[in-house]
Design a protein around this ligand. Sequence first.
Ligand code: C2O
Ligand code: CU
Length: 476
Amino acid sequence: LFLLLCIFVVLALAGCGNVKSTNVGNLKFENPLKIPELLEPTLEPDGTKHFTLTMMQGTTEFLEGKTTDTWGINGSYLGPTVRVSRGDKVSFDVINQLGETSTLHWHGMMLPPEMDGGPHQMIEAGKTWSPHWKIDQPSATTWFHPHLHGNTAQHVYRGLAGMFIIDDEDSKKLPSNYGVDDIPLIVQDKLFTSDGQFSEDDDTTFGILGDEILVNGTHDPFLEVTSSQVRFRLLNGSNARAYTFGFTDERSFQLVANDAGLLQEPVTLERFMLSPGERAEIVVSFEPGEETILHSYKNGTGIASGEFDLLKIVAASELSESKQIEGQLSSVEPIEVPADAKVRQFRLSMDNKINDKSMDMSRIDEVVPAGGKEIWEIRNFGSEHNFHIHDAAFRVLDVNGKEPQEYERGRKDTVFVPHGATVRLAVEFGNYTDLKYPLMYHCHLLKHEDDGMMGQFLLVEPGTESQVPMQLTEVS
Ligand code: C2O
Ligand code: CU
């Protein structure tokens, strides 16, 4: 035990030693924040909304006078925003022009496992993948990114990611005018080499920890807002870093949604943390002419140790009035599990394994009844991690036996798991069955995921769990 403790301390120190972590006061806020374009669908005869996403290489100027080699979707860095409504049928052509194999995963989407875009739905260079499904889940800010086993960190870091917004009747009560009072904020940290290339130097415990921040692919950004209430959709699209968001004038704001949907009612906050892959929606009020800076505060060691100015926000001298949020937001009942719900336990270890196993594409680790509700208990004996489940939404029941943080309420699909903590989740699974294509659960620190900190589960017809073979015969 003592030896393990020593190893941990050494690793933690090694991790921290590499963490360059401050750009506070270094920014001039010179660049207008880029807003990813809203992707227009074409309509198929049966009303399906059809979108085309092309993964490609390119170059981008983030730093003045320097050109960075990047990857993007329908452009040189990041992708467009996809926006649809609950009940819509959608189809995609995902065209891979990268020159190497990738995948495109819909993080946070409830959908047939074959459409999930995980490690089993590889898109070879030059090929097109055409998934389709019906949007059948509450409004949420979801996102898409590659999930090629062993290469997710690199593909995401180079720029492959985009936001996928789902609307419903509840979400329309909030500011929804995209790019005006409904603003995506994709936050990512980068390490630049002296000639302006992305450094892929990932030798910390956690992977790449950058010292420069991009918001929607904009370095040193500012944003002018023109309404009195603005909804920001924050996505931590970083490989490893966690951010504790707040404003430098200490203003409070309302948290209205988490990863997998709206809260029952807004929570007034001054700070909240997002680890990689997590999302939140906040509504911020502005007075004419005022200025503030969205900031990330230090919060503990490791992935949460950085302090950054992120975005300067300037309110115009005249602001249009936007709707006030009042009353209940989500009409969806909070996730409850039955008293006799199955409990599954997952141990995260120092060597980045889950239940002492590394990811094996041909091994099924868990078999879960489709549409089922279970308790998943995650115990972290390793460094800092988080935990994400595909095709599921959960409510955090408790962290070390105590209520989760205020900002961890509501529906989520990814949760931070501090070192030494036990996190219990009430999980609701998608109502789809598939014996051929497994779904993933994993740490969303992308280096850990690539190292094998991931397991596979099948969603099956309830009652047939014990008949399911735990090996996949044909692994695609
Ligand atoms: Cu954001 Cu399994 O992924
Ligand atoms: Cu991890």
